[in-house]
Design a protein around this ligand. Structure first.
Ligand SMILES: N[C@@H](CCC(=O)N[C@@H](CS)C(=O)NCC(=O)O)C(=O)O
Length: 202
């Protein structure tokens, strides 16, 4: 391996896509390894924590957990705050996105009747509470920390995009419509020139 390698599933979603976007915005030439379920079955046991994404950098052991990957890329390439308190505030929001994934992911594997009940409960309680906390912690916008994009914004963008596409069964696509700062982060990332360039390439 002579250049950074990011391994994730073959889909432009979630933890893998936010890391791809961070590498792209950082201007890093990386190997974008996209694997299928059969490859994953063989690879899982060799990853640091049994999950993807995994980032490999020449001269280092493999690095896992999306937030660790994002913070490393962000720190090295001006996409994470230099101020340690502001950096920690960003990391708090990144954990908030992981909390959202932890609450919703178990419903993906449910049968439809059970899924409907679980998702309707999320729509009634967890999701608005999650969005309200996110909204409260975004300051002036349009990005989480103000005028400049950081890795936390990529993570928030992926989380919001997951729901507003209308493809999460039993969750209305308007679930975050009442949270203008959260939607502004989503829109600002979508409209960012570097992000557009990534999708133009795909
Ligand atoms: N805390 C880890 C979670 C990793 C994780 O669960 N990734 C999912 C994909 S988004 C995965 O690997 N699923 C397959 C599996 O657990 O076997 C992170 O932030 O990267």
């Amino acid at each position: 391996m002579n250049k950074p390698r990011l391994t994730y599933f073959d889909a432009p979603v979630s933890r893998g896509e936010e890391c791809r976007l961070a590498l792209h915005l950082a201007g890093i030439d990386f190997e974008d390894v996209r694997i299928n379920a059969a490859t994953w079955a063989a690879l899982k046991g060799q990853t640091p924590y049994g999950g993807l994404p995994v980032l490999e950098l020449p001269g280092h052991p493999p690095l896992a957990h999306s937030n660790a990957i994002l913070v490393l890329i962000g720190r090295r390439h001006g996409l994470h705050p230099a101020d340690d308190f502001e950096a920690a505030r960003h990391e708090g929001m990144m954990q908030h996105v992981e909390d959202l994934r932890a609450a919703v992911s178990p419903t993906i594997r449910m049968g439809d009747a059970e899924k409907k009940v679980a998702r309707e409960a999320l729509v009634a309680g967890f999701l608005p509470a999650w969005a309200s906390s996110a909204e409260k912690n975004i300051l002036v916008g349009p990005f989480f920390g103000g005028a400049k994009i950081h890795v936390v914004d990529l993570k928030l963008h992926m989380a919001v995009r997951w729901f507003i596409g209308g493809k999460v069964d039993h969750v209305p696509a308007t679930i975050f419509a009442g949270y203008p700062k959260l939607m502004a982060v989503h829109d600002a990332v979508r409209d960012h020139a570097g992000v557009k360039a990534w999708y133009a390439k795909a």
